[in-house]
Design a protein around this ligand. Sequence first.
Ligand SMILES: Cc1ncc(COP(=O)(O)O)c(C=O)c1O
Length: 451
Amino acid sequence: MIDRSRLAALLTRERATFAEKHPRSAAAYASARHLFGRVPMTWMNKNAAGFPLYLDRASGARVTDVDGHEYVDLSLGDTGAMAGHSPAPVVAAVQRRLAELGGASAMLPTEEAEQVGSELARRFGLPVWSFALSATDANRWAIRLLRAVTGRQRILVNSYCYHGSVDESLIVVGEDGGSYSRDGNVGAPYEVTWTSRVAEYNDLAALEAELAHGDVAAVLMEPALTNIGIVTPEPGYLAGVRELTRRYGSYLINDETHTFSAGPGGATRAWGLAPDVVTIGKAIGGGIPVGAYGLSDELAAALLDRPELDLVDMGGVGGTLAGNALSIAATRATLGEVLTDAAFVEMIDTATAFADGVRGIIAGRGLPWSVAQVGARVEYAFVDPGPRTGGEANAAGDPDLADFLHVYLANRGVLLTPFHNMALMCPRTTAEDVARHHEAFGSALEELSPR
Ligand SMILES: Cc1ncc(COP(=O)(O)O)c(C=O)c1O
């Protein structure tokens, strides 16, 4: 459907426009000498234009780069800013803790921590919570605890999942159906197939075959895959996962870091799920680093019943700064005043309007693409019907096409998440923001696929 030489020419043109419009970002990148790969983290080299935009300021659903261009930000820090950039209640809470009260990191609990635990319990249905500084670390800790309590060695994940740089998760199903280390599993401490099992999402038969080995401590999964595009559950799949994990004595961890977009209690509450553990990070801190994991009463009791695990000393060291007063203050404000139940209703309405509009534009051009939505999160995929497994989603990737859309939109004031075609709505994303995306997206498709 896509003329590849036209696509290549358009991509070259858009990259040239981008370079012309962003001399200050280009210069900052060119002159960076003391950053590994020229950027604070090497993944910031994942950009469609050849160099990253440098941030000047951000507020709500808008960011402004150092060249003075303002953008509708649909990336929202790949969910870290789902509450919008610098929401006023979070700014006030952080200001109060850091500037007025002091003690951002004092190794002492604050009374607010129980309020945060209680609110997370209300939302996700798991009664007790512990904190980390990132979702990656929340997953790492959940995994360790579940290995300890079960005495089982392996973790099972879905192919092409993402749970942060968790060693056990970097495994995929190969073309021959076998299990393999994933590309990019750099410096793995051991062969991942020793510690992990893998099954395609939406494939209960494959899941059962792996669980039947009887060595899986826990299934770690996103209720919908969101990091290889969005892959949503087929009817009965998630109930089947729960039934199989119970039958084979494996715990179930729902990683809600991204599927939190489904509603105030993530997909767990929105879809009536009953995991043993929920892990989360990013958005709940309103921009301040935090991670958290919630445990069922049964699991918490089983762990606390085991003094030899030494969870208070060596076994309890989940990070000196974990649960620090600043993160906790920001999380209380985010959950209590920004990402409220009411806010989600509006965010999801905005996302539905976004998804409907994109579907209409795609249909109008007769392209075989599809749109998936998980609450406030929307993603377009270059395949129709949408992928039903991570493997299918990976195969449907088209890096040049994605780069073209990213640069084209950026040149017209709209940012998608750098890693795929994801658009996320925050409480301050407006109908005008959605319209701005649709106008640019429509003209991109018109240029790409003229009638
Ligand atoms: C589902 C999921 N879990 C965990 C993580 C890791 O989050 P962090 O990089 O904040 O540790 C991510 C990051 O994208 C994620 O999407």
